[in-house]
Every structure is written in structure tokens, then in C-alpha cells.
Design a protein around this ligand. Structure first.
Ligand code: SAM
Length: 202
């Protein structure tokens, strides 16, 4: 199910950003993967958080791969156009709304500004293909997706995230998604009260 909303579990995304930003400093390309992004609400929340915390020049090096397997609902078009109804943005602080959104032609809708849109690229991708859409990611975010998978599938998907991450890169899950013991040696938890992990090994 594609339920999602702007500013969902903001603390975990903030923690993940706080870990990733110093780690990625000096990189000319800062790759981030939002796996199971639904209609992009989480992706643009993360983009806003990164834009707020990073300096302008470093943020221009961010490339967020937003992926989902749901092609029936044309998620790709929604994420790329980045037009959302005002009701969806009720939890977004006013200062962020005026900074990162602009009026859309349809009454009651707003559009994410180019500054954030240009950092996001949508791809249809099935996590169960176990082939990541890219490699060398500094951060992988996968929230409220894996709970629908079988335990064995979950283990294989975590192994794929490990392969997709750059050495020392970060992974963020929702708070109820504990790391399966089969992959515990591949990540170390870096934030005590959030599911934010650092990749161990290569
Ligand atoms: C509940 S939404 C979570 C959206 C967002 N990550 C959040 O936390 O708000 C789950 C999303 O996972 C996607 N999904 C489920 N199975 C998937 C798979 N095998 N590959 C890629 N995406 C999948 C669904 O299409 C849906 O958009």
C-alpha cells in the first residue's frame, strides 16, 4: 500500500542526514536511494532536510534515486512533476513551505521548487529483483516497505542494501523494522533511538 505523507518520521530522517552529511563531505556526487518512495512525499521531505542542513554547493552534488515498483499508479509522473495538494502539506512548517514550494496552476495545489526537484530522479524498481538501481550510495532510506516481505526476502534485501552502499555509508529504516540477526554483522547501529545504521566492511 502506498500510504505516505510529508514529514513522516522526521526524526529518523534528521538523524540519517546528520550522520551522512559529514561523511559525504568533499564528494562531488552524493548518491542517496529512497527505496519504496510511494508518491515522493518522503523523498522531498528528505530533500528539504538535506537542503536545510547542507551548504548550497554541497547540496547541488546530491542525487536522490527515488524508486518504487508500483507502475499501475504512474508514481513516476507524480514524483517527477512534484505537484501535491495543500492538504498533504499540513504538517510541513510554514517557513519550509514558502522556501521550497511554489503555487501550481491548479487551485489548491503546490509544486516542489526546482532546487529540490532537480536533485531527485525517479525509477521503477522492484526491491525483490535484488539488483540495486545504483551503487556507491552514501545513504539508503527504506521505510515502511519491508514489513510486507517474507523474513527470508527481508534478509536478501538488507544484503542488497549493503552491496549498494559505499563503504561506511548509512541505512535508515522505520523504528519497528529491526535488523534481522542474519545481517547484524553487516551494519552497526549509530543512533540509539532510531534505526540508523552504518555499513561495516566493504
Ligand atoms: C507504505 S508505503 C511507504 C512509503 C514511504 N517509504 C514512507 O515511509 O512513507 C510502501 C511503499 O513500498 C512500495 N513497495 C512495496 N513492495 C515493493 C517492492 N517489492 N519494490 C519496490 N517498492 C515496493 C509500495 O509500492 C509503496 O509505495
Amino acid at each position: 500500500m502506498a500510504f505516505s505523507f510529508f514529514m513522516r518520521d522526521q526524526p529518523t530522517l534528521e538523524h540519517a542526514a546528520d550522520q551522512m552529511i559529514p561523511y559525504s563531505s568533499g564528494r562531488s556526487r552524493i548518491r542517496v536511494w529512497d527505496a519504496g518512495c510511494a508518491l515522493g512525499q518522503e523523498t522531498y521531505t528528505l530533500a528539504m532536510i538535506l537542503a536545510e542542513k547542507m551548504n548550497r554547493f554541497a547540496f547541488k552534488n546530491v542525487q536522490i534515486d527515488a524508486t518504487d515498483h508500483d507502475s499501475a499508479n504512474r508514481f513516476g509522473d507524480v514524483v517527477s512533476e512534484a505537484v501535491y495538494h495543500g492538504d498533504e502539506l499540513k504538517r510541513t512548517p510554514k517557513d519550509l513551505l514558502s522556501k521550497y514550494f511554489e503555487p501550481a496552476p491548479n487551485h489548491g495545489y503546490t509544486r516542489v521548487k526546482y532546487e529540490l526537484r532537480s536533485r531527485v530522479r525517479f525509477q521503477y524498481h522492484d526491491l525483490l529483483s535484488l539488483n540495486p538501481p545504483g551503487t556507491d550510495y552514501c545513504l539508503v532510506v527504506c521505510k515502511n516497505v519491508l514489513l510486507h516481505f517474507q523474513p527470508r526476502e527481508r534478509v536478501e534485501v538488507f544484503k542488497m542494501f549493503h552491496r549498494a552502499l559505499a563503504p561506511g555509508g548509512y541505512l535508515a529504516n522505520e523504528n519497528t523494522q529491526k535488523l534481522p540477526h542474519e545481517v547484524a554483522h553487516l551494519f552497526s547501529q549509530v543512533v540509539p533511538d532510531a534505526q540508523v545504521y552504518k555499513k561495516t566492511g566493504n
